[in-house]
Write a protein that binds this ligand. Sequence first.
Ligand code: AMP
Ligand code: FES
Ligand code: ZN
Length: 300
Amino acid sequence: MKCRKCGGTAVLELRRHNVAFCAPDFLEFFRRQVNEAVRRHRMFTRDESLLVAVSGGKDSLALWDVLLEEGYSATGLYLDLGIFDYSRESRAKCEAFAAGRGAPLRIVSVEQEVGAAIPEVRAATRRPTCSACGLSKRYLMNKAALEHGFPVVATGHNLDDEAATLFGSVLHWQTEPLARQSPALPSTHPKLVRRVKPLYRLSELETAAYAFLRGIDYIVEECPFAKGATSLLHKDILNRLEDASPGAKHNFLYGFLEKGRAAFEQASPVELNECVRCGQVTTGTLCAFCKLADQVKRSR
Ligand code: AMP
Ligand code: FES
Ligand code: ZN
C-alpha cells in the first residue's frame, strides 16, 4: 500500500475516501479535515479563546492537540464525574496532557456542583444514567464557559458519534433532537455559548490513529455505566453497514446535514428564560439541572 500523497509506505487505509497515507500525510489529512469543519461551519475565529471539553479519551485529547498545534488559544475543561477509578484515571490523562503541552486545564467537580457524584445521581433518579450525566455535562460546560468568558465550547464528538446519534433520533423520529443535530450550534441567548464539534468529519478509527501517531496517552476504557447503551448498538449497526459499503456513515450524516436538517428546524424558535434559581437558560422556570439537584437532595 502506497501513500496517495508522497508514494511512500502507507500506514493507514481510509476505505471511505479510497486513499492510503503514510504517517505525516495522514496527520496532515487529519488537520485539514478539522480546518475544513471549522471553516465550513464558521465554528470560531483565530482571535477567540476556546474551551475544549476533554474527557481523557482519544477524541477530545486529539481535538485539543490539533487546536493547540494549529495555534489556537485552547483551554481544557475536565468535568470530574466521580465515577470511581474511571474518573481518577481519565482526570490523570487530562492533567498529564495539559502539563506536557503547557496548556491550561480547568477542573470542575460534579459532586460539588450537583451535590453528589454521578453514581449517586444515578441511584437517585430513574433517568437512564447517561441522560442525567449528559444533562449535567452540557450545563456545566456552558456554565464554565460563561463564568470565564469563553464564547465557544468545543467537544470531541466524531463522525461515528454523530452518525449514531442521528440514527437513534431517526429510529424514533425525534424531531427536536433532529433539529438540534449540527456540528455547530449557535448561541441563541446571551447566556448560551456556542457549541461546536470540529471532529465531526473524522471517524473513531481516524481519531484513534491520530492519537496513536501523536503519542497521546488516553484512557481506553469506556465509562462503566455505558455498557449496554443503545448508542453502542447503533454504532455497531453502522459499522457493519460501513464495512459492506465504505462511506455509508458519512453519506448518512452529511446527507442529513445538507438535505434533511432544514426540514426539522422550528419555524418559531422556542422561548428561552433564565432559571429562577441559577440564572442559566431554560424553557421553563426552573432548569433541568436545578431539578436534578433537587431530586438528588430529596433522595438523601
Ligand atoms: P461522550 O458523550 O462521552 O461520547 O463524550 C463526547 C464529548 O463530550 C467528548 O469528546 C468530550 O469533548 C466531552 N466530554 C465527555 N466527558 C467529559 C468530561 N468528563 N469532561 C469534559 N468533557 C467531557
Ligand atoms: Fe456519563 Fe458514563 S460518562 S454515565
Ligand atoms: Zn437552574
